[in-house]
Design a protein around this ligand. Structure first.
Ligand code: GDP
Length: 500
């Protein structure tokens, strides 16, 4: 029997451990009944522990594992010899495995009771139950992947669109990390000669050329600026686009939601903190995972229940990336319609950024019926929705005429969504910054480099510039993991699922 090797508790502890000396185990497949379940072991004793449980198909024949070969056999509880299941074992010796350690996977029938017994058996042999994300953490700690690549694993698992998947795969392959590292090297090219003059002043190291320093600083700043320019679209690729469908009653909001959902339904993943009271469904429109929120309407009302609905709709609208404003093209424009347009316009004029948010798309529904809405009324309403003409509604695209009932025109809406949500950016080959953590770090680096440039331009002492360069270096290092604290690691990996 293999002795328990670690001093860690057998079951989940609350704190992430950064030791890689013990052997960890986790169920790598989702909970519930399925065809196959996999218990994964990683660490120095993975094979010894698994071998105490796994036996060849014929007990009389000795069993010798071979690397990266699937072996068929029996799983038995080492404590009493009873058979738990029959299944497969695969052994991946270090360092050629997901974690960079020796990994053994036991494939059993996908029966929750079997899986529990296998886990109990491996824990009885000295394995420790892995924390969420601990397998990937180990891959990072062993230097097999960097931090941005580790985060890409979580993004890949959560991807709900082709664009999200392509970005996750690109990040996993190191495309984002390469850019960040190139920027880091440029910062180092500026910092190293300054540090040399600070560290060895008596050795008469010649002061670095300010022009050379500026070139390196600008090279780093340019890479960072390009990455930041795509960050908003990257966020949309990873998190999806929140679209609030707004309009007065009976214009066809629910019909539009249903029509869009019938077209293409995205995979809905449970993301913490996204439980909302309004109906929220995810549809893939133009390759963008659109979180469509059917609002109850935002017109003032005296009815208490309706008032709650209106308040919720407002909240949905305020947090939306886009307002899909639906009008009934087969009816004249009403005061309630104007109120909806005004509400969205008012929100847009609260935004401080360059692009008015939420984006507004105007949908003229019921195109299968004769047009009754007057173009002049509409134009006037759009320009005059705010208190002054300058405060009119800003549409992200020309109005889209469609019929939710027949599906006519939905493809136009899709194309517009792709254009507005992703800004025509290339979500395929170029790496996009998709995580807020990376964007914030890049912003800090950009600020530090701007400060460096100002210091150099003003002819101030070089050690002042060195301080800012170090800040930039540190900020970039938090993305790929060169400069990282345990707290940050814990918070990043706790987002992962168990077994990954
Ligand atoms: P909501 O109150 O804004 O959610 O509107 P609904 O989706 O419930 O639609 C109100 C009415 O308009 C229903 O009777 C729908 O069948 C009808 N409707 C919705 N879209 C269309 C359309 O494109 N063409 C026609 N002719 N009727 C539609």
């Amino acid at each position: 029997m293999v002795q328990r090797l670690s001093h860690q508790p057998l079951y989940m502890s609350t704190n992430m451990t950064f030791s890689t000396e013990d052997t960890i185990a986790a169920v790598a497949t989702p909970p519930g009944v399925g065809g196959v379940a996999i218990v994964r072991l990683s660490g120095p004793d993975a094979l010894a522990i698994a071998s105490a449980i796994f036996h060849g198909p014929r007990p009389e024949r000795p069993w010798a594992p071979r690397p990266r070969i699937l072996h068929f056999g029996q799983l038995r509880d080492p404590r009493d010899g009873t058979q738990i299941d029959e299944g497969l074992l695969v052994w991946m010796p270090a360092p050629h495995s997901y974690t960079g350690e020796t990994v053994v996977e036991l494939h059993t029938h996908g029966a929750p009771f079997v899986v529990r017994r296998v886990m109990e058996a491996v824990l009885s042999q000295g394995a420790r139950a892995a924390e969420a994300g601990e397998m990937t953490l180990r891959a990072f700690l062993h230097g097999r992947i960097d931090l941005a690549q580790a985060e890409a694993v979580a993004d890949l698992i959560a991807a709900t669109s082709d664009a999200a998947l392509r970005q996750a795969l690109g990040h996993l392959a190191g495309q984002l990390s390469d850019q960040v590292r190139t920027a880091r090297l440029a910062v180092l090219r500026a910092l190293t000669p300054i540090d040399a003059t600070i560290d060895f002043p008596e050795e008469e190291v010649p002061p670095p050329d300010r022009g050379d320093l500026l070139t390196s600083v600008d090279q780093a700043a340019a890479i960072i600026a390009t990455l930041l320019a795509g960050a908003e679209h990257g966020r949309v690729v990873r998190e999806g686009w929140r679209c609030a469908i707004v309009g007065r009653p009976n214009v066809g909001k629910s019909s539009l939601l249903n029509a869009l959902l019938r077209m293409d339904r995205a995979i809905v993943t449970p993301i913490a903190g996204t439980t909302r009271d309004t109906i929220e469904e995810v549809a893939l429109l133009g390759g963008v995972a659109c979180h469509l929120i059917d609002t109850a309407g935002i017109a003032p009302t005296d009815d208490t229940v309706e008032r709650i609905g209106v308040a919720r709709s407002r909240v949905a609208l305020e947090s939306a990336d886009c307002a899909l404003i639906v009008l009934d093209r087969a009816a004249e424009l009403r005061a309630e319609d104007r109120a909806v347009l005004a509400e969205v316009a008012a929100l847009q004029h609260l935004t401080e950024g360059q692009i008015p948010m939420p984006h507004a798309l105007l949908i003229l529904n019921k195109a299968d019926l004769e047009q009754s809405i007057k173009d002049a009324d509409l134009a006037a309403a759009l320009a005059l929705t705010g208190s002054t003409p300058a405060k009119g509604l800003v549409l992200a695209a020309p109005p889209i005429t469609l019929a939710a009932a027949t599906g006519a025109g939905l493809a136009d809406l899709e194309a517009v969504v792709a254009q507005v949500a992703l800004g025509g950016s290339d979500t395929g080959s170029a790496p996009l910054v998709t995580r807020a953590r990376h964007r914030d770090a890049l912003r800090r680096a950009a600020e530090a480099l701007a400060q460096t440039r100002a210091t150099l331009d003003a002819g101030m002492p070089l050690d002042l510039a060195a301080e800012d360069l170090r800040d930039a270096l540190h900020a970039l290092g938090t993305i790929t993991g060169e400069s990282i604290t345990e707290d940050l690691l814990t918070s990043i990996f706790s987002e992962f699922c168990i077994g990954k």
